[in-house]
Design a protein around this ligand. Structure first.
Ligand SMILES: [Zn+2]
Length: 437
């Protein structure tokens, strides 16, 4: 058993942030050797029971917090980050597809996978739902690296059998055979999970989507991930290609690709029926604010989502997204919340609370993935993926956090001013990763 004494951030079941200025976190290995939280709360209340059970590590001036969960990120776009383009479709054509075609080479894919996992951990991301490319080699590379580092990671081979250039386009029948073989090889191994991954409806034939839906029905606990309603040109295109579906989102439903453990990136240009469909199918949205601002795609409607009551969480969407840092993503989500939109996609401007933003990137994102109580929180039973945060990481942060009068003020200072420098250590359930090591 290991016992830690430090300020401690976690979340109650209703999503409320709980903060102990002098907290205790006790972790112990389970039967598989995975560290799990056995106690978390105020030092005063818990020390008598737990402090004597293991060596106590004291972190004065630091905050222990749950590892971040990134609900949507493209590992092969690590080098596409920051590429200038005229919106989504030209960006795919000019940068993303040419780059992704290189991942058929195993050595290349392995090299990027190692860098990508380093970058996640350096930024405090301990669980990710990631796209690979259409090449099974890219999936094997990322799973292999995540397994080596004991990371909780879900990924899948991208399905795209049309409207894609040579080098990334796959073949309908083979793509489904490859997907099933990858599910059998990797899903449920250690901390890994498989996601059936159509890129987005326009780049799949109806036959490929139908096959994907059949696999989703056959393997009920694998994930599903794709993109939807990001940009108006993309929506027009999807509607032309699938005229019989009620909406772009409904295309996925019509092929059996909406259910629990399905996570769709963006979900911006939705109507009320789409919102209701998300709730009915228990499907989640991966909100990708830095990407949406970068590509000028639009603004996720938080009020509409809450009215309908469907699940959502935050995502970096690298490389359309501009940062691996959850702090940058949370700040961008705040901008998105503030922005009022009139017209076709009408939404009010509102102020998301700092604790709510943090929840969206930890416990909320875990819930969206169907992993509530497993990751994204530091309650008893959770896998012990956690961060040691340094609120004095920069002179301005030190000055600002020292003046914080409330938890909201403290968290907001970190969200606005923080980046990878705040992450002093990333501790994952079976191994420890320190950036300086
Ligand atoms: Zn994406």
């Amino acid at each position: 058993m290991q016992v830690f004494r430090s300020a401690l951030l976690r979340f109650a079941e209703d999503g409320q942030a709980v903060y102990d200025e002098d907290g205790l976190l006790a972790v112990a290995p389970d039967a598989q050797g995975r560290q799990r939280v056995v106690a978390a709360g105020p030092w005063q209340a818990l020390a008598a029971q737990w402090a004597g059970q293991g060596a106590v590590t004291h972190w004065p001036g630091r905050i222990l917090a749950p590892g971040f969960v990134d609900l949507h990120v493209h590992f092969p776009q690590t080098d596409v980050i920051g590429s200038p383009a005229d919106g989504l479709l030209p960006w795919l054509e000019n940068y993303t597809f040419p780059h992704e075609s290189r991942f058929c080479a195993p050595e290349y894919a392995d090299g990027v996978a190692a860098f990508f996992v380093d970058e996640l951990l350096r930024n405090g991301v301990t669980t990710a739902l990631a796209f690979a490319t259409s090449h099974p080699t890219s999936v094997n590379a990322l799973f292999g690296e995540a397994q080596r580092r004991c990371l909780r990671l879900v990924t899948g081979k991208v399905l795209q059998d049309r409207h894609s250039p040579d080098g990334v386009r796959d073949q309908t029948e083979q793509s489904l055979i490859d997907t099933e073989a990858l599910i059998q090889r990797w899903h449920g191994v250690d901390r890994l999970g498989y996601a059936i991954t159509p890129r987005f409806a326009p780049t799949s034939t109806p036959e490929q989507l139908r096959g994907a839906g059949e696999l989703a029905a056959r393997y009920g606990d694998v994930w599903i991930q794709s993109h939807v309603a990001e940009n108006l040109d993309e929506i027009r295109w999807a509607r032309e290609l699938f005229p019989r579906s009620r909406s772009y989102l409904a295309v996925y439903d019509d092929f059996g690709l909406m259910r629990e453990r399905a996570v769709y990136a963006h979900c911006i240009h939705f109507d009320d029926a789409d919102h209701a469909l998300m709730r009915e199918r228990r499907t989640a949205a991966a909100i990708s604010p830095t990407s949406n601002l970068f590509l000028g795609s639009g603004f996720f409607d938080y009020a509409g989502a809450d009215r309908a009551g469907f699940r959502y969480g935050l995502a970096s969407d690298v490389g359309g997204g501009t940062s691996f840092s959850p702090f940058h993503t949370m700040l961008a989500a705040y901008y998105v919340g503030r922005t009022a939109v009139e017209g076709l996609q009408t939404k009010p401007g509102l102020s998301l609370s700092p604790a709510q933003l943090w929840w969206q990137h930890t416990a909320g994102a875990a819930q969206a993935m169907g992993l509530a109580g497993v990751v994204g929180n530091l309650q008893p039973g959770c896998e012990a993926d956690f961060l040691v945060l340094n609120p004095q990481a920069t002179p301005l942060l030190a000055r600002k956090t020292q003046q914080a009068q409330s938890l909201d003020e403290l968290l907001f200072a970190l969200i606005v001013l923080g980046d990878d420098r705040v992450i002093e250590q990333t501790v994952i359930s079976q191994a420890k990763y320190a950036p300086s090591a």
